[in-house]
Design a protein around this ligand. Structure first.
Ligand code: MLT
Length: 267
């Protein structure tokens, strides 16, 4: 589906009816990373997976410079407006989690519950910021393909690489389809993102934290911290997965998500 949202032509995938569940993808992917959720979860929920600004089929708009997590969160609030949705369960993976924190910071009334997957609340270290800057420069000079080789090996577990090489290929295709200017802008935007640690105790909606047992990007310690600091949170660790749990083990991920969505339905 497509509409003009916050000044850009935005594309999203949508199935089902009922409580809205908004799936926010990571970097540098697109809504296709939620394919196994949209295809397999019960249709009694309204499942919505947008391509964020600059990713997938959504345009970047005229904006030059860093693509801030606050702007991406604002786009999502405007998307909910245009879909006449008051409150959604927000499921964010990695960068999608950074955006979910900004949504909570700026538009908490739009958040029914949170699912924080393979993400972290803390900001980048100095070295991390420098790495983002270098990535932005390299992708502008050499194009997307050149940076995919650096990022791809860190994203999935050994088991996924061995037993489900088709998942790694799908991840590669998604990454290669992302324009260099989006990769550069989002890298710089993530480098500037605020520390969300202090937000954690203010999160007063039910929260599910999902971690990959072998996530080399967002550590288990960071997932444990989020689960400890958010008052109504529980942690699920999916063993044998890396940074992309919903793609690497959709059966286990969907089971945890359905369990969570059913549990909050009664409240
Ligand atoms: C992601 O999957 O969204 C990225 O790993 C986030 C990041 O680079 O911090």
């Amino acid at each position: 589906m497509e509409a003009t949202v916050n000044g850009v032509r935005m594309h999203w995938r949508e199935v089902g009816h009922g409580q809205a569940v908004l799936f926010v993808h990571g970097f540098p992917f697109h809504s296709g990373m939620w394919e196994e959720q949209l295809a397999r979860l019960p249709r009694r929920w309204r499942l919505i997976a947008p391509d964020l600004r600059g990713f997938g089929k959504t345009e970047l708009g005229g904006k030059a410079g860093p693509l801030g997590m606050d702007l991406l969160a604002d786009d999502l609030a405007r998307l909910l407006d245009s879909l006449a949705i008051d409150r959604a369960v927000v499921v964010g993976l990695s960068m999608g989690g950074y955006i979910a924190f900004q949504l909570w910071a700026w538009h908490p009334q739009r958040v029914r519950a949170l699912v924080l997957c393979n993400t972290r609340a803390g900001p980048d270290t100095e070295a991390g910021r420098r790495g983002r800057q270098e990535l932005a420069e390299r992708v502008r000079e050499q194009g997307t393909k050149a940076v995919v080789e650096t990022l791809l090996p860190k994203l999935t577990s050994e088991r996924t690489q061995r037993e489900r090489p088709e998942v790694v290929e799908r991840v590669r295709e998604m990454m290669e389809s992302t324009p260099p200017e989006t990769i550069a802008a989002a890298s710089l935007g993530m480098a500037e993102r605020p520390d969300s640690t202090e937000l954690l105790p203010t999160i007063e909606v039910p929260t599910l934290v999902v971690a990959g047992g072998e996530d080399a990007v967002a550590s288990l310690a960071e997932a444990e911290l989020m689960a400890k600091e958010i008052p109504d949170a529980r942690l699920v660790v999916i063993e044998g997965t890396g940074h992309l749990t919903p793609m690497e083990d959709p059966v286990a991920f969907n089971r945890a998500l359905v369990h969570f969505l059913e549990a909050i339905e009664g409240h």
